[in-house]
Design a protein around this ligand. Structure first.
Ligand code: PLP
Length: 360
């Protein structure tokens, strides 16, 4: 029986491609003729190593990863990276503060040593990210500059790679696999998988071997928190999230089959335009949160000019099988997350509901 599926705009965990879910379902009881599921076998088997290799190779192909970099699969979410980055790359990193997740990264850096704020849009309600050429206050000798490529909560996104003359660290949690990116320009990229790349419980790292094959932190840092410990064991120093890595491999292969990151970027732009066009067409009804130049293609955030009508809009969305558009509690209003797996037809449906609401 065909499952009745919702138009899913959840911010994360979020929509997965239907063909991926169907493949998981088909392979669940008997993976690769083994007579058991992928969750029921040792990670130290050629079968699972093959799956991990598929996930890694698909990411290498998608990003055209340079030889200087490697792929790692860790646990603990992006939040653990807020601590692992300064623990491994050294204290004194500089941070671009563009909202909740950057702020949390800075907080962790400050528990370990000192995290310098190089730029902040806090005073403006985190409505923007720095624009190309804008000055960033990166202290001399900072071991890295950290930025959050897409701000899931505020709905802002970098549309360029910042430059600061120091190694770049990027949190790509909410826009990994959504567009091409020069990985070689970064010392380290990390992303929780649960938005564009798979289920929760896996963190993807695209990391310069300078950091994965040599440890630059303090001797008190536990081995489990050193990148080098995991890199030397091919991300299997301890038991990895085998199921998560398997689904991630399928998602990455699905992205390739769709035409890769360039195709994903075109699809994301078209979907986002559909919603922003409606928001902009009815300024008496909707207000976009982000400054136009910083608008995210992944998370469209907006409020109602008359907030007392919000419950009615959510009810209309619910009646149209649309879920997940209530904004994050720290911003309020509404947020539609348009990750790779959200079908253009779902976005069209949401646009229709918004337009009918605005006219009604
Ligand atoms: C940009 C960004 N960074 C970090 C996080 C935290 O991720 P995790 O829950 O995997 O630790 C999130 C979660 O939504 C996020 O959107």
């Amino acid at each position: 029986m065909m499952a009745k599926r919702k138009h899913n705009f959840n911010a994360g965990p979020s929509a997965l491609p239907l063909p991926v879910l169907e493949q998981v379902q088909a392979e669940l009881l008997d993976f690769d003729g083994q007579g058991l599921s992928i969750m029921e076998m040792s990670h130290r088997t050629p079968v699972f190593e093959g799956v991990l290799g598929r996930a890694r190779d698909a990411l290498i192909r998608l990003y055209g990863l340079p030889d200087s970099h490697e792929v790692m699969f860790l646990q603990g979410g992006a939040s653990l990276q807020f601590a692992q980055v300064p623990l491994n790359l050294g204290s004194g990193g500089a941070y671009i503060d563009t909202g909740t997740w950057s702020s949390k990264a800075i907080k962790e850096a400050n528990t370990i040593g000192h995290g310098a704020v190089a730029w902040s849009s806090k005073a403006d309600g985190f409505t923007a990210v720095p624009q190309p050429g804008e000055a960033l206050a990166v202290p001399d000798g900072a071991p890295y500059l950290h930025y959050t490529s897409n701000n899931t909560i505020y709905g802002t996104q970098f549309h360029h790679v910042p430059e600061a003359g120091v190694p770049l660290v990027a949190d790509l949690s909410s826009d990994i696999l959504s567009r091409p990116l020069d990985v070689g320009a970064h010392g380290l990229i990390y992303a929780g998988a649960q938005k564009n790349a798979g289920p929760s419980g896996v963190t993807v790292l695209l990391i310069d071997r300078r950091y994965s094959r040599a440890f630059h932190g303090a001797p008190t840092v536990p081995h489990i928190l050193r990148y080098v410990t995991q890199a030397e064991k091919d991300s299997m120093y301890n038991t990895p999230n085998t199921f998560g890595i398997y689904v991630l491999a399928l998602v990455a292969e699905w992205v390739e089959a769709q035409g890769g990151l360039t195709a994903m970027a075109a699809r994301a732009e078209a979907k986002a335009r559909t919603l922003y066009d409606v928001i902009d067409a009815y300024p008496g009804v909707f207000t976009g949160h982000a400054a136009r130049h910083s608008r995210s293609l992944m998370n469209v955030t907006f409020t109602l000019v008359d907030p007392t009508r919000q419950a009615a809009l959510l009810a209309a969305a619910d009646a149209a099988d649309i879920i997940g558009i209530k904004g994050h509690r720290s911003v309020g209003g509404l947020r539609a997350s348009l990750y790779n797996a959200v079908a253009p037809a779902s976005v069209d449906r949401l646009a229709e509901v918004l337009e009918a609401f605005a006219k009604g």
